[in-house]
Every structure is written in C-alpha cells, then in structure tokens.
Design a binder for this molecule. Structure first.
Ligand SMILES: Nc1ncnc2c1ncn2[C@@H]1O[C@H](COP(=O)(O)OP(=O)(O)O)[C@@H](O)[C@H]1O
Ligand SMILES: [Mg+2]
Length: 175
C-alpha cells in the first residue's frame, strides 16, 4: 500500500520528471505527495537562478547576477584553478528554495494531486532526504537519477546513489 510518496527536488528537469511519475503513482494509489527541498548550499549563483526560473523575485535574481559577476580574488591570489564561485548567503538560498518547492507544488497540483505538502531543510541533501522519509513515514521515495550537476556522464548522481543505499523504504530513481 502506497500512502505517502516523498519527492526530493533540487529544481532540476530530472527532479521534475520524477515528480511527474510520482503524481501518476499518487493518482493510482490515492497517495499524498511530500515535496522536499534541501537548500542548495553548493550550487553557484548562476545555477540557482536557472533552477528557480521565472518565478524568482526580481531582487533575488538581481542579487544572484551580482554574485555571479563578483570577481573571485582568491583564484587570482593562489593562481590555482578551482571551479569556485561566490558564496550565496543562506537567506538567498532560502528564497531560491521557496520558489523551487512552490514550482514543484504547483506542478503536482496541476497534475491533479490534491494532497501535496512541502518541506524545506538545510544540510547534507542525501542525509536530509533519508531522515525526512523516516520522519514522514513515506512508503516510497521518487527522485531523479541525476540532478542539476548533471555533467560528468554518470548515470547516477551522488545524492540519488546515497539515498537508494540508505533509505529503508522503496526508492525509485527516474531516468
Ligand atoms: N538539494 C536537494 N534537495 C532535494 N532533492 C535533491 C537535492 N539534490 C538532489 N536531489 C534529488 O536527487 C536527485 C539526483 O541528484 P544528484 O544525485 O545530486 O545528481 P547530480 O550529481 O547530477 O546533481 C535529483 O533529481 C533530486 O530528486
Ligand atoms: Mg546534485
């Protein structure tokens, strides 16, 4: 019996595809959906802006643009190559997270799921997802196989890999 489905989202197209399947399953089983977003502490300001999309308040979008343009002096100082970017303050991460979570809530509602709730936490994404599944008593986790960092040609990202290893409930990674 599937009563509650946890759908973790980082705002990526992969997570949107997972939510689509979760909404279908929720309709079939009469289940509710809990959407979980873990703050994107490692994403660059440009990635955050892209993941939140058009619903992001203008002030937040402008702040992310400003952070994207910020010269990174540490790189000049060390001379070392590192894929670094400016730190995005937690309140900006939260604003981005609220939009990502709301986009997902609206998508699930548009697919006819009536019981949809939203959670937002901070910390290690995989640990937070596994903990939320237990706390919420989720029967199933439906997540993307990859997320926004989909560059390295892997079939599974580190979050989906860790979650399917550690979660006690059924996990579906959507490809
Ligand atoms: N910060 C996050 N909050 C909620 N869910 C996440 C988060 N990061 C990843 N996920 C979930 O895990 C899936 C796989 O992402 P991940 O393993 O991070 O792949 P990648 O390495 O490509 O980013 C995503 O599609 C999403 O469902
Ligand atoms: Mg990721």
């Amino acid at each position: 019996m599937i009563r509650k489905i946890l759908v973790p989202t980082d705002g990526s197209d992969h997570a949107a595809k997972a939510l689509d399947l979760a909404a279908d399953l929720a309709g079939k089983y009469g289940a509710g959906i809990v959407i979980l977003h873990v703050l994107l502490r490692d994403a660059s300001p440009a990635e955050m802006k892209a993941l939140a999309g058009r619903k992001l308040p203008k002030a937040t979008a402008d702040e992310l643009d400003r952070l994207t343009e910020l010269p990174l002096e540490s790189e000049a100082l060390t001379g070392a190559y590192a894929p670094i970017h400016a730190f995005v303050p937690e309140e900006v991460q939260e604003e981005v997270g609220r939009v990502i979570a709301e986009n997902a809530r609206a998508a699930a509602a548009a697919k006819g799921v009536s019981d949809v709730s939203v959670r937002m936490t901070a910390g290690d994404a995989a640990k937070q997802i596994v903990a939320a599944a237990e706390k919420e008593g989720a029967d199933m986790i439906v997540m993307g196989s990859r997320g926004f960092g989909d560059l390295k040609g892997l079939l599974l990202g580190s979050v989906s890999h860790k979650v399917s290893n550690h979660a006690l409930c059924t996990c579906v990674t959507v490809k």
